[in-house]
Design a protein around this ligand. Structure first.
Ligand code: ZN
Length: 243
């Protein structure tokens, strides 16, 4: 069974559609690691497109913010503005969809969370030290997370907890080799690794072969919609620079 792994779509329909086009339907099921909405101009369209696919989806912090479940004073001013816009824009059926999302999932050899297995909605795994602290918090060999918008693989190197960070190699299927891993596919709708292309991954759960991918998308289409919605210029500009 082949899995299309996506995360942090952030209401960016053009990026989401480009990922689906690039994946060419060569998958059986979608794992979406949360933050379907927030930052971008297409929250309803992204929920609705996701709902047409065979998938499971986890709750992200921006999904919860759009539901009013979080105190958004911890968000920066630009993000806060778009949270309020998203709350206004979301249709009731899409609010109900986001409201029902779970925070973690365990499937065979894989644990899934938006942020981390230890703090599924909130924690950012930004370096090997935080990754090392998270390995005791899941039991499967492999864990997939999103949230940082940066594609990376953390590999547990020893029983003592030594952990390495590895940059992904794109379009090169690689066999997971039994090392315990925390894998981040990157972000579909707002990459932050200085590469503006949408990021995703493909996984064969029978053979444990993982492939990272990037795909360009028409960024200006999303930026135009953001301008029409009077979204913050900083959020519009960051998409073309990938930060
Ligand atoms: Zn996010």
């Amino acid at each position: 069974m082949r899995i299309l792994i996506i995360s942090d779509i952030h209401a960016n329909l053009a990026a989401f559609e480009s990922v689906l086009a690039d994946a060419k339907g060569d998958w059986d099921y979608v794992w979406c690691l949360g933050d379907v909405v927030g930052y971008g101009p297409d929250p309803n369209e992204c929920c609705e497109l996701l709902k047409t696919l065979p998938h499971l989806c986890l709750a992200g912090n921006h999904d919860w913010a759009a539901l009013g479940r979080l105190d958004i004073r911890t968000f920066n001013a630009d993000a806060r503005k778009v949270v309020l816009w998203t709350q206004e824009a979301l249709k009731p059926e899409n609010i109900a969809y986001l409201d029902a999302l779970p925070t973690t999932f365990v499937l065979g050899q894989y644990t899934l969370a938006h942020g981390s297995p230890r703090e599924p909605v909130w924690e950012y795994i930004l370096d090997p030290i935080i990754a090392a602290l998270n390995f005791p918090h899941f039991e499967t060999p492999y864990c997939f997370v999103g949230h940082t918008h940066t594609p990376v693989i953390y590999k547990l190197m020893s029983e003592r907890g030594d952990t390495d960070a590895q940059a992904p190699v794109y379009r090169q299927p690689a066999q997971l080799n039994g090392h315990r891993l925390i894998v981040n596919p990157g972000s579909v709708g707002q990459p932050r690794d200085s590469n503006p292309d949408a990021a995703y991954a493909m996984l064969d759960v029978e053979t444990n072969v993982l492939e990272y991918r990037r795909v360009p998308y028409p960024i200006h289409v999303t930026q135009e919609k953001m301008r029409r919605a009077d979204m913050p210029e900083r959020l519009i500009a960051r998409l073309e620079h990938g930060w």
